[in-house]
Design a protein around this ligand. Structure first.
Ligand code: FAD
Length: 383
């Protein structure tokens, strides 16, 4: 690692899955790329995630988010084997399916509604009534009113994903530097000319990508604000003698994700506590209580790991992808909230096209960085 360079064609701020996927893509298109990571690559939200790939499970309505997620899932089916072959890292990419359980009439109605628009969109999904759920998932206690079965959902080992991406990016020539905190974007005459770092050094750049996850709004120097805030998620890994289900089980309060090594990941809280990353007694109590209510056999399972991460959340729940509205050679790629692992391939591909100007990026205009500022402005002018 040099750390002595004075400039690069493209500087990427942030080495989570988003920054790494973009770095890999633009490098392949021939750009000279330096990625700057304040800690270790892939060790923040991308490390903390549960690895569910569930476009329909996560979309609240039909629209651009669902379409982007479905596109990414399609890409995943070639992205995962390619990355594994390139790097030798096993990603545990499995078509495990997800069962989203309903324990109340309200939740049943909501899921029934989702099933209808899934069918209209042609996305495979099926309703199981209460007795069918009990037969399919004997470990589930209490009395589910039914469940939405998403057989096309996948899971992946997100920690392995970070490792594979950095290996692939480095092998293709990306210079990924760790322990390099960017504090400032240097903007002159409406264009970025580089970045300033916490150690006082500078790096010149012809363009800059901000992919700093929940910290994307913390950089000095950019006009306006990047409206991303941290949403803490706390998780627990259990090592039961038998996993409750091969599928991901999800309900209103949480989820259980099986892993190949027999662990079960139970998640997750969603908290607005700023940048506090602590694992708390109350958070873990809530996650475990809910998991054990769902699958009582888990009560005897050893706890093997506790952790938390900060999701990059936005006011409207959509990612922020595209050129900065005022500084055209700054690109924002953040706000992936609960779905950055799902959206890794499509984000890398789309941002690569945008930055390299090879072809239309396919990024929905609903994700444009300027939209949130516009919304705030509209509210001011209409009041
Ligand atoms: C508990 C939990 C469960 C989740 N489960 C899922 C799931 O099942 N499926 C799914 O798709 N998604 C899931 N997510 C969401 C997913 O993890 C995120 O959307 C995704 O990891 C965001 O990636 P990122 O690269 O934007 O952010 P991060 O992984 O946080 O990476 C940002 C990087 O930028 C670096 N950085 C920040 N500021 C600077 C700076 N000034 N200078 C240099 N570097 C900087 C950070 O150190 C960090 O490494 C989950 C998240 C959490 C917390």
């Amino acid at each position: 690692m040099s750390g002595r360079r004075t400039g690069a064609e493209l500087v990427i701020v942030g080495g989570g899955v988003v920054g790494l996927a973009i770095a890999r893509e633009v490098r392949r298109a021939g750009m000279d790329v330096v990625l700057l990571e304040k800690g270790r690559v892939g060790r923040e939200a991308s490390w903390a995630a549960a690895g569910m790939l569930s476009p329909l499970g996560e979309a609240l309505e039909p629209g651009p988010f669902l379409e982007f997620g479905l596109k990414s899932l399609r890409l995943w089916t070639s992205f995962a084997p390619t990355l594994e072959e390139e790097t030798g890292v096993e990603l545990e990419f499995r078509r495990c399916g997800k069962l989203r359980l309903a324990f109340s009439e309200d939740e049943k109605d909501r899921l029934g509604n989702r099933l209808r628009w899934a069918h209209r969109r042609g996305v495979p999904a099926r309703w199981l009534d209460g007795p069918e759920v009990r037969k399919a998932e004997p470990a589930v206690a209490s009395d589910p009113r039914g469940g939405l079965l998403l057989e096309e959902d996948y899971r992946v080992d997100n920690r392995a994903l970070g490792e594979a991406l950095v290996r692939s990016a480095r092998d293709s020539g990306v210079e990924a530097q760790e322990g390099r905190e960017v504090t400032e974007l240097r903007v002159q005459g409406g264009r970025a000319v580089g970045v300033g770092l916490a150690d006082g050094s500078r790096l010149d750049a012809e363009a800059v990508v901000v992919a700093a996850g929940a910290w994307s709004g913390s950089l000095e120097g950019l006009p306006g604000s990047v409206p991303v805030h941290p949403a803490r998620g706390q998780m627990v890994a259990l090592q039961p003698s038998a996993i409750p289900s091969d599928r991901v089980l999800e309900w209103e309060e949480g989820y259980l994700v099986p892993r190949d090594d027999g662990r079960v990941l139970a998640g997750a809280t969603e908290e607005r506590v700023g940048y506090q990353r602590a694992v708390t007694a109350g958070g873990i109590r809530d996650v475990l209580a809910s998991a054990v209510r769902l699958a009582p056999e888990l009560a005897g399972a050893p706890v093997v790991e506790l952790w938390s991460g900060l999701r990059p959340a936005t006011p409207d729940g959509l990612p922020v992808l595209g050129a900065h509205p005022e500084v055209e050679n700054v690109f924002l790629a953040t706000g992936h909230f609960r779905n950055g692992i799902l959206l890794t391939p499509v984000t890398g591909e789309a941002m690569g096209k945008l930055i390299c100007e090879t072809e239309s990026s396919g990024i929905p205009e609903e994700f444009a960085p300027g939209r949130l500022a516009r919304t705030a402005m509209d509210e001011v002018t209409s009041s």
